[in-house]
Structure formats: structure tokens, C-alpha cells
Design a protein around this ligand. Structure first.
Ligand code: ADE
Length: 241
């Protein structure tokens, strides 16, 4: 397995994705800062085609659900073999199954995962995967929100993007991380730039004052106001890290 050391000697953060749609990758992960970091070897992306482990001439990967019902379920034997192959090359990375049934993904989880060696992600399709694989391989189920996507690939990309941008050297100005949403349990304060007057609307006077203490106090108050208004649940949530 390719292992790319970064320019400062750190091992690259490794994203592995098990999917039936390898063509979807890198997709949006190949552009902008995250894509540049991929090209620079700060992180690596390996896709594993589940169908390579499929059965018979048609490389069958799914079957009808036991007990009846709609849709198809990814077979335990096929998926077990695919997960084992991806895992063997990445024994230290957490094994995650993207699923609307999972634990909600958040910034704290992104931080924890980005501090580790990488992730092995299973992107499912169809009605789901055989439960025995989840239990037998100790997959952690993670959801990116309370809605149902047609597959786990977009969710895997969301998780990877949120982790990679936290890796050292990926963002141009790391100090911007300290002020973004969810830092300190708050949403971000409003930002303004030129022009000073736009469609009859100005910039809050304090931001033009040059008084750094007053600006910091205004931003803190705005972050608190917006968080209380839009996400009262965050104000009740204990702070992570
Ligand atoms: N797969 C389908 N929907 C999903 C969601 N909301 N989160 C993670 N994986 C998914």
C-alpha cells in the first residue's frame, strides 16, 4: 500500500473508502485546499471496490433481506472480505460505517479522527448491510445528519473533508480555525469586508474602530447571540477538547 511521507516527515493521514462507486472519488476532495493537500501527500485516498469481492460471474454483492421486504442488502460474506482487506492495510485506523442510524458526526469527532492515522470508511448502498458485519467487525456507525442519502459516499466525503482541513498545513491561515463555528461551543460571528457601504447597508462601527478589545468583545457577543437564537442545543452541550 502506498504510504506518502509529508515534507516534514510526518506520515500522511490515510483515508480508505469501501464503495461500489469508486468513480465518485476524489470528486470534490480533489479540488481546492483539500485537493492540493492530496496532491502534496499530506493525506492519501485509497478506494476499495466492494464488487472485487463479489460472488460468481456477475460479482454479486447483495441479496434480498431475510424476512422479506423491499430493497437489497449487502451480503455479509462479501462485505466481510472487503472490510478485512481494507483493514489489513490500515490496522490502526478506526472502522466507520456511514449510516443515518449512526452517532451524529460533529466537529469534536472530526478533530479526534484527524489527530489519528486516518479512517477506513464503509459507504453502503441499497437498504443496508448485513448486521453481522457491523457487529463482527466492530464498525462504528456515524451519521452526517437526520436525512437519508442514496448512499454513504457523499457522507464519507463530508467526513474526510472535515478531517483533512484540520491537518497541519492544509489551511492557509491556521488561526482562522480558532474562530470558526463550533470552536468554544459557539457559531461564528458575522464577517464584513469592502465596500464600506453596500445597498444602503454599512459595516458595524466597532469593526472600523481599530479597538481590538472592543472588536473581540463584539464578536464574542454576536457569536453568543447567534448561537442562542439558532442553536440553543449547542449552548447546553458540554464543550469538547
Ligand atoms: N447514508 C445515507 N444517509 C446517510 C447519512 N445521513 N449519514 C451518513 N451516511 C448516510
Amino acid at each position: 500500500m502506498a504510504h506518502f511521507p509529508t515534507s516534514d516527515g510526518r506520515a500522511a493521514w490515510r483515508a480508505n473508502v469501501l464503495t461500489l462507486f469508486t468513480d465518485m472519488f476524489p470528486g470534490p476532495l480533489g479540488v481546492s485546499l483539500v485537493g492540493q493537500a492530496l496532491d502534496a501527500g499530506v493525506w492519501s485516498l485509497t478506494t476499495h471496490q466492494i464488487r472485487d469481492f463479489g460472488l460468481g460471474r456477475h460479482r454479486q454483492v447483495d441479496d434480498t433481506p431475510a424476512g422479506g421486504g423491499a430493497g437489497m442488502v449487502l451480503r455479509a460474506d462479501v462485505l466481510g472480505a472487503a472490510v478485512d482487506a481494507a483493514r489489513a492495510a490500515n490496522p490502526d485506523s478506526p472502522l466507520i460505517y456511514l449510516s443515518p442510524r449512526g452517532r451524529p458526526f460533529d466537529q469534536a469527532m472530526a478533530k479526534t479522527l484527524s489527530a489519528g492515522p486516518g479512517v477506513v470508511l464503509l459507504a453502503g448502498r441499497f437498504e443496508g448491510v448485513d448486521e453481522r458485519v457491523i457487529a463482527g467487525r466492530g464498525l462504528m456507525e456515524v451519521s452526517i445528519g437526520d436525512y437519508v442519502l442514496s448512499g454513504g459516499e457523499l457522507a464519507a466525503m463530508v467526513l474526510i473533508d472535515a478531517c483533512v482541513r484540520l491537518l497541519p498545513g492544509v489551511l492557509g491561515a491556521p488561526e482562522s480555525l480558532a474562530h470558526e463555528s463550533f470552536e468554544g461551543g459557539l457559531l461564528e460571528y458575522p464577517q464584513y469586508t469592502r465596500p464600506r457601504e453596500w445597498e444602503g447597508s454599512g459595516i458595524p462601527e466597532v469593526l472600523l474602530s481599530g479597538d481590538h478589545q472592543a472588536i473581540a468583545a463584539w464578536r464574542r457577543a454576536e457569536a453568543q447571540r447567534i448561537t442562542a437564537q439558532r442553536r440553543p442545543d449547542l449552548t447546553r452541550k458540554p464543550e469538547h477538547d
